[in-house]
Design a protein around this ligand. Structure first.
Ligand code: HEC
Length: 129
């Protein structure tokens, strides 16, 4: 290959590496948002719906928290804490014990994807605030 030929190919090589970089970034960004498998999570969520509501928005009974639309990492942390016993609740300890780390990623990805209101602070809802 002559020097002239190498110079000619340089833009192509640059373009190749640029597209490789963009693809890598896109894959990383996508996995940051959707950590688990949505469909597998949906299947696992069937058992949870008895208490947390068919759409994850719980019912009128305040003892069951809403899961729909909550932050995925918040839900995942809660489930890991029930599993380890750091957060104590006899009902949820039992359900969390049946979930593998992958199941937790999947089921929380599913509930986080459902329409619901995100967590908010208590500003304006607490008396005297
Ligand atoms: C028999 C009823 C019942 C079932 C079934 C159930 N949960 Fe729960 N869940 C509860 C109750 C009650 C709480 C509140 C416990 C507490 O005060 O810590 C809770 C809390 C949670 C929380 C913490 C929410 C928060 O805002 O801190 C998560 C996450 C959760 N459940 C996920 C699940 C998942 C995933 C399943 C299915 C694998 C499931 N639950 C099945 C009753 C249930």
């Amino acid at each position: 290959m002559t020097r002239a030929r190498i110079d000619q190919d340089r833009p192509k090589v640059k373009r190749f590496f640029a597209s490789l970089l963009i693809t890598t970034l896109a894959v990383c960004a996508a996995s940051a948002f959707a950590k688990g498998d949505l469909e597998a999570g949906k299947a696992k969520a069937v058992v949870c719906q008895a208490c947390h509501g068919a759409d994850g928005n719980a019912g009128t009974d305040p003892q069951y928290p809403r899961l729909a639309g909550q932050y995925r990492d918040y839900l995942a942390r809660a489930l890991h804490e029930y599993k380890s016993g750091e957060r104590k609740n006899p009902i949820m300890a039992g359900f969390a014990a049946t979930l593998s780390d992958q199941d937790i990623d999947n089921v929380t990805t599913y509930f986080a994807s459902l329409p619901g209101s995100k967590l908010t602070d208590l500003h304006g809802r607490v008396q005297g605030d």
